[in-house]
Write a protein that binds this ligand. Structure first.
Ligand code: ASN
Length: 310
C-alpha cells in the first residue's frame, strides 16, 4: 500500500503489539466459551440487525434502515433476544457484535469503539448474586488462563496482572457518589488494585429492562463491573423486568413507546419467567489484560468514535 493512501487507517495492523493482543484474544474467547459450555450454557449465534434493539441510556447516532417495508436497526446489544431465548433455552451466551455510533468525544476515554463484541450471557431464574458469582469466576479464570497460556505475550508487553481474590469488593452507587462525587467510577477505577462492583444503580441511570428492587424503590437489582488501574467499565448486567405491567411502567418513565420494542413487548404480554445476565466487552477485557493505553490497539480494524475507518 502506498504511503499516505490510508492516512493512518491501518496503524493498528502495523503494530507488533497487535499480534500479542490477538493471541490473548484467542485465549479469552476459547476459555470463556469452554467454561460456559461446560456449565451447560448454549451458544447462540449473534443477531446483527433486528426490529428491536437496546435503547441504551445515552444517545448514539441512528443505524436504522428499511428493508422490504420493515424498519430494522443494527444491534446495539442482544438484550431482548437473550431474555426471550432463555425462556426456551434456559442458559445462553453469545459473542455479539454491537454497533453503537458514539459521539466523537467518546474517543477520549480510550475504551470506546463504535463497533465491538461483547460476550452476552443470560440465565433463567438466576439472581443478581448468581450472576455476580459467575462473572467473578469468568474474570478470575480468564486471568489465570492468560497467565498460563500467554506468558510470552505478557512478558513482551511487560504486563504483570494480579489475579483478583473473590468475592470482589462491592460498593453502592449512592455511597460511591457521596464519597467521590460524580466521577466516582473513574476515580475508583484508578485507585483500586482489583476489579470491583458498583451495585444498586438508581433507576433513572439505566434502561427499562434492569429490574427495580422490590425492596428498594427507585434502585435496580443490577451491577457494573469496573476494572482497576484506571481501565474503567468491564461489564454491566442484572436481573430483568419480566412482568408486563412493570415493563410498560418502566418504558413510560423513560418517555419511550412500547411499540419501539414491538415483538419483545408482545412476547412479554404472554408472560416471561425471571432471568438475569450480563455482558463483558471483549476488546475492553483484552485491553486490560494487555495493559494497553487505548482500546484500538487490540483490533486490526478499530472503529474509533468520530474518526474515519475502514
Ligand atoms: N449486556 C448488557 C446486559 O446484559 C446490556 C448492554 O449491553 N447494554 O445487561
Amino acid at each position: 500500500m502506498k504511503e499516505g493512501q490510508v492516512d493512518g487507517l491501518i496503524d493498528s495492523l502495523e503494530s507488533e503489539q497487535l499480534k500479542f493482543a490477538l493471541r490473548i484474544n484467542g485465549t479469552v474467547r476459547s476459555f470463556l466459551s469452554g467454561i460456559l459450555i461446560e456449565k451447560g450454557f448454549l451458544e447462540i449465534p449473534p443477531v446483527l440487525f433486528s426490529t428491536a434493539t437496546d435503547p441504551l441510556n445515552h444517545p448514539v447516532f441512528d443505524t436504522s434502515f428499511e428493508y422490504y417495508g420493515t424498519r430494522y436497526s443494527i444491534t446495539k446489544s442482544m438484550i431482548f433476544h437473550k431474555q426471550i431465548a432463555v425462556q426456551y433455552l434456559n442458559k445462553i451466551f453469545t459473542f455479539s457484535p454491537n454497533v453503537r455510533l458514539e459521539a466523537a468525544d467518546k474517543a477520549l476515554t480510550g475504551r470506546h469503539l463504535s463497533e465491538f463484541t461483547q460476550i452476552d450471557i443470560e440465565q433463567l431464574y438466576a439472581t443478581r448474586d448468581d450472576m455476580i458469582n459467575l462473572a467473578e469466576e469468568l474474570i478470575v479464570g480468564v486471568i489465570e488462563e492468560v497467565k498460563r497460556k500467554n506468558h510470552d505475550e505478557l512478558f513482551s508487553l511487560a504486563r504483570d496482572i494480579r489475579t483478583p481474590s473473590t468475592p470482589f469488593f462491592q460498593i453502592d452507587y449512592e455511597e460511591a457518589f457521596k464519597l467521590y462525587g460524580k466521577d466516582f467510577e473513574s476515580h475508583l477505577s484508578r485507585i483500586m488494585a482489583e476489579p470491583f462492583w458498583i451495585v444498586n444503580i438508581p433507576l433513572e441511570e439505566r434502561e427499562f429492562y434492569d429490574r427495580e428492587d422490590p425492596e428498594k424503590e427507585g434502585y435496580l437489582l443490577d451491577m457494573d463491573l469496573i476494572y482497576p488501574e484506571g481501565y474503567g467499565e468491564a461489564s454491566s448486567g442484572g436481573e430483568r423486568e419480566y412482568e408486563i405491567d412493570r415493563i410498560l411502567k418502566r418504558v413510560k418513565i423513560k418517555n419511550q413507546e412500547p411499540e419501539q420494542f414491538g415483538w419483545f413487548v408482545d412476547v412479554a404480554r404472554k408472560g416471561l419467567a425471571p432471568s438475569a445476565g450480563f455482558g463483558i466487552g471483549i476488546e475492553r477485557l483484552v485491553r486490560y489484560l494487555c495493559g494497553f493505553n487505548r482500546i484500538e490497539a487490540v483490533t486490526p480494524f478499530p472503529k474509533i468514535p468520530g474518526r474515519r475507518s475502514i
